[in-house]
Design a binder for this molecule. Sequence first.
Ligand SMILES: [Zn+2]
Ligand SMILES: [Zn+2]
Length: 296
Amino acid sequence: MQKTNRILDVNHNNRADPVSDLVSIHGGHSGEFCNHAQGSLEDIIKAYVKKGFSWVGITEHMPPVNDNFLYQDEKDAGLDAKKMYRLFARYFLTCRKLQKKYAPLIKIYAGFETETYTGSEQFIQKLINTFRPDYIVGSIHHVNDIPIDYTIDLYEDAAYLLGSIDALYCEYFDRQYEMIKRLKPSVIGHFDLIRIFDQDYRLRLKKDVIQKRIRRNLECIKKFNLILDFNVRSFSKGGSEPYISESILLQALELKIAVVPGDDSHSVETVGLNIEKGIKILKETGFDTKWKNPAT
Ligand SMILES: [Zn+2]
Ligand SMILES: [Zn+2]
């Protein structure tokens, strides 16, 4: 630990702003282990070192529970649940090796990002017992087993089956609440991802039925002392602010919940992309930028 601190000091001296370290609590998806990412994990870690990051959480996606949850691009690539499980096992082995190899240069946390759908809970427990991650990012990319951030058509299908976009939000936040209570992940990934294809999200997040669910989930996050991922990947996907949106960010501040930047990188090029922009928002909103790390 002492060693790491000394290296952090070096980074401090090189940076214009000595207060806030560059960190990412959610990222490092690589083409080596994820079909919709690019680049080797080692090259991605080297990019974090080069950019002067103090620490980074590598949080590859968990493999699907079964073939029903393969994404189209994975099917097209000839992958199946079994192959993806083996790939995930290799991911953990590789990540642990790189964690040791780069320890003098950067603190790496080896984790994974979850899915939330039928059968995921037991499977996640099995993955935790088998691979012993440093932490997990609890994410929701499905509602009623339909992917909500993959295509706008699937998003609309998910809303149609529930009757409205409002109902889709409610269901998303209810599933998230269950996930937080049962799994208690150190980090909640892109808390309000459900707004991804919704132009009217700012108003919708404030609707009573939705806002009370958001509040309930935030209070639960506070109770368990978990961290919110401030996910800046939205900027590179055309969004005007990170996940979480400003109205939720202000509530997190009020509740004194730790919010930590995540670049959700999926390639060497997206390592650290827009992270300074995210840090600036957190600073200006009044957050403590002595980032809580995911292993505490
Ligand atoms: Zn991904
Ligand atoms: Zn995600």
